[in-house]
Design a protein around this ligand. Structure first.
Ligand code: TTP
Ligand code: CA
Length: 363
């Protein structure tokens, strides 16, 4: 395969950094973004935290209560996650980043792959300059920092972007692959989770260098050919997967927690119609017409139910939106046994209102 240069761009402590951008006063504090379970009080989990908070052992997934305990002596702030706002920051950043790529592959709100082989003439020095420009660009425009891995493939770039965080830039050229990978923990290989790590730990295999000593036949025997082959290749930094053009799916949504859990049509209708008004306003402000309309229930046990519909002609008329949403609501309530805790509306499949363009919101 021809030599390539691939970037993996990953935004640092993303949700918490977005909060710092919005309010620079909290920057020196321990910032913890929480997903409250809407049972009131402190029940729920930490989505992410800034590096100040991480120093005290606060990280994604731990209970909010535990995080509060770890930070009780610190200057700290606990904020509820604001996904609409993070999506807005993400979409602005992605719009900038996209311009630096020959091929741009959106992965999620805070990461993307870029093939930059042509743009850099396959030269790593040019690639480092390009990556530095990209970092400056999003810092100057959005005050957002990211970490970038620059290597010959997606696998290595993903590992490299994580190597020096936050605000990192890590280059691994073909001739450096061995030296770079050897000392790393096998867990650094994407998709190797705790279970696989434990299996290898029992065999006294902890680093990638040690992993490389296991031959392909044994790996295949342990994990099957597909995973065995993946582990064998990954530990040698081999990955042929191309950067595939992929843009973020654009959609707007609004969701609300109901004052009381309910499955009563009239009560739910009142709430969802209010969301329709807010959502349609956003479409109009962004000069967008939409073709797909969907609703979502989050039930009392936190399971979800969705219903959606495509309309014939794109539109952004609030009366039409309410009409379709009401139909969907009635359909969703047939055979609905559980009470609904949160209710939401989503619109997508956009086209520009004539003469206008530029979308700045997606998630
Ligand atoms: P990550 O990229 O894993 O983490 P991060 O951006 O917060 O930190 P860093 O890259 O500097 O290590 O996840 C991206 C976002 O996804 C994160 O800001 C919050 C969210 N998230 C959760 O909501 N729950 C989780 O368990 C994880 C891991 C992430
Ligand atoms: Ca990140």
């Amino acid at each position: 395969m021809e030599k390539r240069i691939v970037f993996h761009v990953d935004f640092d402590y993303f949700y918490a950094q977005c909060e710092e951008i919005r309010n620079s006063k909290i920057k020196g504090m321990c910032v913890v973004v929480c997903i409250f379970s809407d049972r009131g009080g402190d029940s729920g989990a930490v989505a992410t935290a800034n590096y100040n908070a991480r120093n005290f052992g606060v990280k994604s997934g731990i209970p909010i209560m535990l995080a509060k305990n770890k930070l009780k002596e610190q200057d700290s702030i606990f904020l509820p996650a604001d996904f609409d706002y993070y999506s807005e920051v993400s979409s602005k950043a992605m719009e900038i980043i996209e311009k630096y790529a020959d091929v741009f592959e959106y992965v999620g709100r805070d990461e993307a792959y870029l093939d930059v082989t042509k743009k850099t003439d396959g030269n790593f020095i040019n690639a480092e300059h390009l990556a530095q420009q990209l970092k400056n660009d999003i810092r100057n425009n959005l005050k957002l920092t990211c970490s970038i891995g620059i290597t010959p493939n997606k696998l290595l770039s993903k590992i490299a972007s994580d190597y020096k965080k936050p605000d990192g830039l890590t280059t691994v050229k073909s001739e450096q692959i061995n030296e770079f990978l050897s000392p790393l923990k096998i867990r650094e290989i994407p998709r190797i989770g705790k279970k696989t790590e434990d299996i290898f730990a029992q065999m006294n295999v902890n680093t990638i260098n040690e992993l490389k000593k296991i031959n392909i036949f044994d790996l295949n025997k342990m994990f099957g050919r597909k995973t065995g082959g993946y582990i064998f290749n990954s530990s040698r930094g081999i990955d042929d997967e191309m950067v595939k053009p992929r843009a973020p799916t654009i959609q707007f949504s609004k969701i609300t927690t109901l004052k009381k859990n309910s499955k009563e049509l009239i009560f739910l209708r009142e709430n969802i119609e209010e969301l329709c008004i807010q959502l349609n306003k956003i479409a109009i402000e962004n000069n967008k017409m939409y073709r797909s309309i969907g609703i979502q229930f989050v039930n009392e046990d936190l399971t979800t139910k969705t219903k959606s519909k495509m309309i014939k002609n794109p539109g952004n008329n609030v009366i039409e939106l309410k009409k379709i949403v009401n139909q969907l609501l009635e359909e969703a309530l047939v055979e609905q046994e559980m009470l609904v805790r949160r209710i939401g509306v989503r619109i997508s499949e956009f086209s520009d209102v004539e003469g206008q363009s530029n979308i700045t919101n997606y998630f």
